[in-house]
Design a protein around this ligand. Structure first.
Ligand SMILES: Cc1cc2nc3c(=O)[nH]c(=O)nc-3n(C[C@H](O)[C@H](O)[C@H](O)COP(=O)(O)OP(=O)(O)OC[C@H]3O[C@@H](n4cnc5c(N)ncnc54)[C@H](O)[C@@H]3O)c2cc1C
Length: 490
């Protein structure tokens, strides 16, 4: 079983690790010869951390970042507090950490699991037939072809795989470009996201942790400056002075660029044996910090389905649920980030309304809870595939339930296996766990004590931590039917 992933960004690295853990033969092709230490994303949201937790790598990245549980922002009518607490998650905050650190963590995991990472290998051609996909690859030593059963394009916003498939990338560019710079401010800043809003735009200053900060600036008054025009320290200080009302200036700048963000989504996520994930499938404003998080979550949704397909254990409909489930999530990320971007980088008439309306909205708990759940990924719920039996919580993210296994306290995310389904049986007889035995190569069945959602006493969890099915005193035949629906005959 072989899969080639094009692009060793966070999406490709997460997917590669998951596929390799599921037993696939995985090659990652990356056109850059060197590892990147360029930081774009600086925030990990709760759902991504939960997925890392299920893979045993969350604590390591949490130790390297800052836990931000609230933001204070001045929208024009005085400071408003934005609570980022997630009561339903072990990760009750947004973690600020440089993208390069997240990539290093995912790369090490992928390599430990046996992924071959080939740097300096650029994909320039693609052809597929009934048995597999052939890629034309250019390296320093010349051109060659590589073949695999499936290919995933995780090759970023300008995806060559997407172009070679002829898949449209519908949407548009924003008017105001972003100035990115690594800076050392003159002032002491807390280890937080540090947002500032002014008449001319928005500035964010998340920390690196060593006295340096990333400046991310949308300055409407500079939007006509050409993208290839270098950013000077004076220009940056002038933008910061206007936007922050003179509160922030920077003494040193080590690197800077201009970047025009876009709002686009691939029309399809799958064409035959080739799939798209991460920025190759969707790009949006960095406002809301959802890009990398959505890509990593795409990978967690796709990996187990692709692994099952490759092994011939997937029901015929399973792989198509990747697009069915993740395309709407991508569309929602475009909408949410667009809303936040429009509110933040707003023209004068909108700013006047914003100063009055947004602080009020932010005092409505249900509104802020809904926004937090949207942005953090904790609110994602997938529709039930019509081929599988219905049950109350199907498709929902499963909480990290406290459980007792063999007399020892544990929690659900310690049990969940990202390569297999997990069947939790809390009945005294354990008949569901017993019924699942013939599927043990693809279903981990465990007898536990604890409260399951919606009064169920048997819960089937997908490898990506969503509910596949739940039941109350189900007959063994019903359990067997559900397992066969999701994972095929034993
Ligand atoms: C200023 C800024 C701030 C951001 N902040 C956040 C944030 O806080 N949180 C968040 O979630 N997201 C954020 N994002 C978005 C985030 O950086 C991206 O969504 C993320 O990097 C996408 O990951 P990816 O793996 O899908 O693609 P990429 O990271 O773009 O990786 C694609 C890889 O594919 C390689 N490649 C391309 N073409 C080929 C080819 N033909 N052959 C082989 N390899 C190829 C590239 O070299 C690259 O390494 C931010 C973006 C910006 C610009």
């Amino acid at each position: 079983m072989s899969v080639i992933i094009v692009g060793a960004g966070p999406t490709g690295l997460m997917l590669a690790g998951d596929l390799a853990e599921a037993g696939a033969d995985v090659t990652l092709l990356e056109k850059r010869a060197e590892e990147s230490n360029l930081t774009r994303a600086f925030a990990l949201h709760a759902r991504t951390l939960e997925l890392f937790d299920m893979r045993g790598i969350a604590d390591e990245i949490v130790d390297q970042g800052f836990e931000v549980s609230g933001v204070r922002v001045d929208l024009g009518g005085g400071e408003t507090a934005l609570d980022l607490d997630h009561p339903e998650s072990r990760f009750k905050y947004v973690l600020t950490v440089a993208q390069a650190r997240t990539e290093t963590l995912l790369q090490r995991r992928a390599e430990d699991l046996g992924v071959r990472i080939r740097r300096g290998a650029e994909v320039v051609g693609l052809e597929q037939d009934g048995d597999g996909v052939t890629l034309s690859v250019r390296t320093r030593d010349g051109a060659h072809t590589e073949r695999a059963s499936y290919v995933v394009g995780a090759d970023g916003a300008h995806s060559v795989v997407r172009r070679l498939l002829g898949v449209g990338f519908s949407g548009r560019s924003y008017d105001t470009h972003i100035i990115l710079a690594d800076v050392r401010p003159d002032q002491e800043l807390p280890p937080a996201i540090n947002p500032y809003m002014g008449a001319d735009g928005v500035a964010l200053l998340p920390p690196y942790g060593d006295g340096w900060f990333r400046a991310i600036v949308w300055d409407r008054s500079r939007q006509d400056v050409p993208l290839d025009h270098p950013v000077s320290l004076d220009e940056l200080n002038d933008s910061l002075r206007r936007i922050t009302g003179g509160r922030i200036s920077v003494a040193e700048m080590s690197w800077s660029t201009r970047f025009l963000s876009e709002r686009r989504q691939a029309d399809r996520y799958r064409v035959g044996r080739v799939l798209l994930a991460g920025d190759a499938a969707h790009v949006h404003s960095p406002m809301g910090a959802m890009g990398m998080n959505t890509g990593i979550q795409d990978a967690a949704n796709l990996a187990w389905k692709l692994a099952a397909q490759e092994r011939g254990r997937a029901p015929t409909w399973l792989l198509d649920t990747y697009e069915g489930e993740r395309h709407p999530v991508g569309r929602q990320a475009l909408r949410v980030t667009d809303f936040v971007q429009r509110m933040a980088v707003a023209p004068a008439p909108v700013r006047a309304i914003r100063a009055h309306v947004v602080p009020r909205l932010l005092r409505v708990r249900r509104f802020t809870a809904a926004m937090r759940r949207l942005i953090s990924g904790l609110g994602v719920r997938y529709d039930r595939p019509r081929e599988v039996e219905d049950s109350p919580s199907v498709g929902r993210r499963v909480d990290d339930l406290p459980l007792v296994r063999a007399g020892e306290p544990t929690r659900l995310y310690e049990l969940v296996d990202p390569t297999r389904f997990t069947l939790l049986d809390t009945t005294a007889q354990g008949s569901a766990a017993e019924a699942a035995q013939p599927w043990e190569d693809r279903v981990l069945s465990v007898r536990v004590r604890g409260d399951l959602p919606e009064g169920a006493d048997v819960l089937l969890v997908r490898p990506d931590g969503h509910v596949a099915w739940s039941g109350e005193h189900p007959a063994p035949g019903q359990v067997r039917q559900v397992l066969a629906e999701w994972t095929g005959a034993p």
